[in-house]
Ligand binder design. Structure first.
Ligand code: HEC
Ligand code: HEC
Ligand code: HEC
Ligand code: HEC
Ligand code: HEC
Length: 282
């Protein structure tokens, strides 16, 4: 990370020197284009990435907010790139925002001379975080917490970091296979079946075997989730008890991570085990 910051500031400094040499100075700096949130600005030179991102939920993230009744502008910090890029005081609203999570949510715009470093914050885990999670409120997208193996103390499950703790989200979700970087964010796609887990630095040459393991984890998690949900239904009369609320929270935590256990299988299973025990004792 530090290396990247150094790289950007070095480029910015170079830009300033170049500007000064052509007699531009500060005036030239203010004439720089603002970074664009429109993927069309990148598509002409990066057609493959643009084609892959287009059908994903990142690109349509703005619509999700716009079709949620009562959604406020605070939702846009994770759902709209033009909102992210606009300076304070000039932020678009839910109605006027135009783009979802597009290229420049994650990348600097080198066409706007922002530098050619590859990432801009927020990073995956900043948006994909459950934030301040509390009992009695359904958690949302706690992928970061699932990977870190942390949950609020009330779940009764101690910290259990994922065995993938040192892998970036993009290591799995944007793998480089045969020299091609995928931008579709899916992992276990049928056409990547033999490779998704078998990329360099992971289980090279054994992709099929480990992809099968991931599918087994998903099946086991789905089964445990179904059992907990059946118990939740059966014990509905006790829904005001602390034990019921903990069980419900643990179930929603695992479900809303959406990897069905792959991100941290032992942790997900432990959360569901605790949920089952709490409900059985009610
Ligand atoms: C006029 C053509 C052009 C446009 C428009 C353009 N790029 Fe690029 N981009 C390039 C070229 C050329 C490279 C270097 C190619 C390489 O190294 O493979 C590059 C490299 C990159 C890289 C890789 C940088 C790295 O660290 O290796 C990223 C990320 C990137 N562009 C993002 C964008 C985004 C986001 C946009 C739209 C805001 C955009 N580009 C618009 C031509 C363009
Ligand atoms: C959700 C975040 C995200 C979005 C949206 C996104 N990218 Fe990327 N992109 C990444 C990451 C992460 C990498 C890998 C960077 C690294 O190697 O550290 C990457 C790599 C790249 C590269 C480097 C070349 C390569 O194949 O490795 C280019 C070019 C690029 N992206 C262009 C785009 C363009 C154009 C768009 C929009 C159509 C886009 N990206 C949308 C996260 C994103
Ligand atoms: C600016 C916030 C933001 C960043 C940064 C971000 N995401 Fe997302 N991501 C979202 C939102 C919002 C959605 C869901 C949108 C919806 O459903 O409307 C999403 C959806 C996804 C999905 C489901 C995609 C699909 O089409 O089914 C995956 C997988 C994902 N993100 C992974 C990543 C990874 C990996 C990174 C980092 C390279 C990343 N995200 C960076 C906000 C973000
Ligand atoms: C901290 C970042 C963040 C904020 C703030 C945020 N979201 Fe999201 N949202 C996400 C991510 C990440 C996803 C993708 C989750 C996934 O696929 O697991 C998502 C998915 C969604 C979805 C589609 C999936 C679903 O659960 O139906 C909707 C709708 C949504 N968000 C609405 C909203 C609304 C409305 C707000 C404001 C009240 C909001 N979001 C605020 C990050 C955020
Ligand atoms: C060890 C590989 C791995 C790592 C690391 C990883 N994921 Fe996943 N993730 C998966 C798999 C496998 C799935 C199951 C869905 C699939 O196959 O695409 C998944 C599912 C998801 C989904 C739900 C996608 C959907 O279709 O609804 C989101 C969102 C997500 N991951 C985000 C993240 C984020 C954010 C991080 C980093 C904090 C991360 N993942 C780290 C492998 C990984």
């Amino acid at each position: 990370m530090t290396g990247r910051i150094v790289r950007v500031s070095a480029l910015l400094a170079l830009g300033a020197i170049a500007g000064a040499l052509v007699g531009g100075g500060p005036a030239a700096a203010t004439a720089l284009k603002a970074p664009s949130a429109d993927p069309a600005a990148c598509a002409k030179c990066h057609p493959r990435a643009a084609k892959e991102v287009a059908p994903t939920k990142h690109e349509t993230a703005l619509q999700s907010v716009q079709k949620t009744a009562g959604a406020g502008d605070a939702c846009l910090k994770c759902h709209s790139t033009d909102y992210l890029l606009a300076p304070e005081g000039r932020k678009p609203s839910v109605k006027t925002a135009r783009f979802g999570v597009t290229c420049t949510a994650c990348h600097f715009d080198h066409q706007a001379k922002e530098g050619i470093d590859d990432r801009r914050p927020p990073l995956c885990e900043d948006c994909h975080s459950g934030g301040q999670m509390q009992l009695g409120q359904a958690p949302h997208h706690p992928q970061n917490e699932m990977m870190l193996g942390t949950s609020p103390p009330v779940t009764g499950v101690p910290k259990m970091p994922s065995m993938f703790g040192k892998k970036d989200c993009n290591g799995c979700h944007m793998p480089v296979i045969d020299g091609k970087r995928y931008h579709d964010f899916s992992v276990l796609m049928p056409d990547k079946q033999d490779y998704s887990c078998g990329i360099r630095g992971c289980h090279e040459g054994q992709g099929a075997k480990y992809t099968k393991l991931a599918r087994d984890w998903r099946a086991q998690t789905a089964k445990a989730l179904a059992e907990v949900k059946a118990l939740l239904e059966a014990k509905k009369a006790k829904s005001q008890s602390e034990a019921y609320k903990v069980a419900l929270f643990n179930c929603q935590f695992v479900e809303s991570d959406r990897s069905q256990g792959v991100h941290n299988f032992p942790f997900a299973m432990k959360l569901l085990e605790v949920a089952k025990a709490k409900l059985a004792a009610l």
